[in-house]
Design a protein around this ligand. Structure first.
Ligand SMILES: [Mn+2]
Length: 424
């Protein structure tokens, strides 16, 4: 399915009077309005291929119909999102599920939707039917060299697929760890993992980055070999300048101060990428901004502060991706909501009076510092984000248009009601 440009324009026209009225009062308050607008237009968040189907829980999965059946249909879905919000201009693939049969055809298809290929993701956290060795006791940490070699080889193949598609990064998330005390020698597990990662690192093209993603627990419940940002940073530092830490919002222990982690990783030049989602309890993978929008805003505050301190480009110098999965919403509507929440937090953080905040910090004026942050957070920036979308050719309200065009019903008509997306 394709959303024709004129349909978006028609919709925007009838919604425009209300939009302009809301925007005008906001614009007066923003000194560097055009600059903020350009940053919002430029900002892009990659969509992972596994978020396009209904997510499962450990207990069940309830597909909603019209889910993408192939890599081509996944690209089509991200194309639909991008047509509506103009902020989802990249797709992130998961191997083995998204192995392209014809690289050139896949690249041409993505280009038709204005999409590029973001980070490639490997998978050594479950066994595939044709696999020689099992990952039951880990992959890169495994006591047997043959298992480690298989995991390394898989990651090198993922890089090769990515090179063909024009991707520039590899994300490695390992579920390796242990479930019981005594199961693992921590130091040996770390060393074996490091050696495996070094072999993958050696296969990276010179213009690629490697992201080492950490997670506190699950599927292992006693120890995880890349369990927190300290361990990830150790690996990234030992691997070399092309290796970075990747922060997934759901991969921390409860109440971790993620904004502080972000700040220090940026200071060290070792923050590489970001996975957005939200959570109440653990790695819940809920819609970004659905539970803790203030935390998301505080993270963006540190991201902007830290990136500006290093003169980094907000759009291109970090890998931005959603990593969520949903079992009660239409996945495309859910992704539109996540992208919107991320854009809102970014816009609010762009409005922070940084000079005044720095001065308040120097004067130990705690009240003032809070006032400055919350003034930005409590500003309704929805018209700003809508205006950025309008300028980029997207819809003023993507979900409203998605529903009025009956996109999901169209997809069900094309693909059927019983389709189940491949992947996780
Ligand atoms: Mn993740």
């Amino acid at each position: 399915m394709n959303i024709e440009k004129y349909k978006i324009e028609e919709y925007n026209q009838q919604a425009n009077t209300k939009h302009v009225r809301k925007l005008e009062s906001l614009v007066e308050e923003i000194a560097d309005y055009q600059e903020v607008m350009q940053k919002l237009v430029d900002f892009q968040i990659a969509i992972p291929s596994w978020a396009l189907g209904s997510g499962g829980t450990r207990f069940g999965r309830f597909p909603g119909g019209g889910e993408p059946r192939s890599l081509e249909e996944k690209i089509e879905d991200v194309g639909l999102l991008h047509a509506l919000n103009r902020s989802s201009g990249a797709i992130s693939l998961h191997i083995p599920w998204d192995v392209p049969q014809d690289y050139q055809a896949i690249k041409t298809l993505a280009a038709q939707y204005g999409l590029s290929f973001d980070a490639m993701n490997s998978n050594t956290f479950q066994d595939q039917p044709d696999q020689t060795h099992s990952y039951k006791f880990g992959s890169m940490q495994h006591v047997e060299a043959a298992v480690r070699k298989q995991a390394v080889q898989h990651n090198i193949e993922v890089i090769q697929h990515g090179v063909e598609l024009g991707s520039k990064s590899l994300t490695v998330w390992l579920s390796d760890g242990s479930c019981f005390p005594g199961q693992l020698n921590f130091r040996k597990a770390f060393q074996r993992t490091l050696e495996s990662l070094q072999e993958v690192y050696a296969a990276l093209p010179s213009d690629w980055k490697m992201f080492v993603e950490y997670k506190a627990f699950e599927p292992n419940f006693y120890s995880t070999t890349v369990g927190d940002w300290g361990q990830s940073l150790l690996y990234a530092n030992k691997l070399g300048p092309q290796a970075y830490t990747l922060v997934d919002l759901g991969h921390h222990l409860p109440n971790a101060n993620i904004e502080q982690i972000v700040s220090l990783l940026l200071m060290e030049g070792k923050l590489g990428g970001f996975h957005f989602n939200d959570s109440k309890y653990g790695d819940d993978d809920l819609t970004a901004g659905s539970i803790k929008p203030y935390q998301l805003f505080l993270i963006f505050n540190e991201l902007i502060e830290g990136m500006d301190a290093r003169q980094m480009n907000h759009t291109t110098d970090l890998g931005w991706m959603i990593d969520a999965s949903h079992n009660v919403k239409d996945p495309l509507e859910d992704l539109l909501q996540s992208v919107e929440a991320i854009m809102l937090a970014y816009a609010q953080a762009l409005l922070i009076d940084r000079k005044a905040l720095a001065a308040a910090q120097e004067e130990n004026d705690v009240t003032k510092a809070q006032e400055i942050l919350q003034a930005a957070f409590r500003t309704d920036v929805r018209p700003l984000v809508a205006e950025a979308r309008l300028r980029a050719g997207g819809a003023l309200n993507p979900i409203e248009l998605y529903r009025s065009l009956r996109v999901r019903q169209e997809l069900i008509k094309e693909r059927g009601s019983k389709t189940v997306a491949t992947g996780l």
